[in-house]
Ligand binder design. Sequence first.
Ligand code: ATP
Ligand code: MG
Length: 225
Amino acid sequence: MSLEAQSITKEYKRKGKKSSFFALKNTDLVLADGELTVLKGRSGSGKSTLLNIFAGLSKPTSGKILLDGTDIYSLGDGPLSVLRNTLIGVIPQEHFAIHTLSVLQNVCLPSVLFHKDGDVESRGFELLKLLGISELAGSSPSELSGGELRRMSAARALINNPRVILADEPTGDLDDENTELIFELLRKKACEGASVLVVTHENDAEKYADRSLKIQNGTLEYIPF
Ligand SMILES: Nc1ncnc2c1ncn2[C@@H]1O[C@H](COP(=O)(O)OP(=O)(O)OP(=O)(O)O)[C@@H](O)[C@H]1O
Ligand SMILES: [Mg+2]
């Protein structure tokens, strides 16, 4: 399964400004099976904009996101939502949690909503264990630290064993040991066949990557390493 950005442009109108602003300019990028791509760039360069467009969360101004040849933005809200929750796993930059649900219920939500088979709770618990926070399974997300919430998000992104994983600064609030844990897990998922895109500022992220890209003012560059 390949996910391909073709000539993606994203134009924003900023409040109080007459002229519009291009956060992404004619971007082409293929995320292939089994490949981990690292995406770096300064704050405001367009990293999250690109990741959210790949995730089906933000429609580009022009261009296409092709999943096995189908433009995901040509799908209706229903099919796009199913696709987002089953084939694509997103670790968002901003913390997101439903506070009336426990940590484990938050992790299992994409699976419960989209009727994936198997024992969802034990799968969710195993992921929490892998990420070192299984003792917090019954806690409320409001009781978690930033790094614990980030690991909860990672578990939620992986619950449906997605073919595409999009991680937006997944280690921003983690210590070295947990940073390594997350990168090793993402690398393992790529080795098992997933297409993985990681937005990161980590210096040694390339160690886990098949390729590294840089984005500058909405334009992608490939960095050899
Ligand atoms: N909804 C929006 N309306 C207007 N401008 C926006 C909007 N979202 C993002 N932008 C602008 O688009 C540019 C790219 O934003 P983006 O969030 O992609 O940056 P980023 O590379 O992820 O930065 P960071 O490292 O700080 O997360 C920024 O200059 C931002 O101000
Ligand atoms: Mg960002």
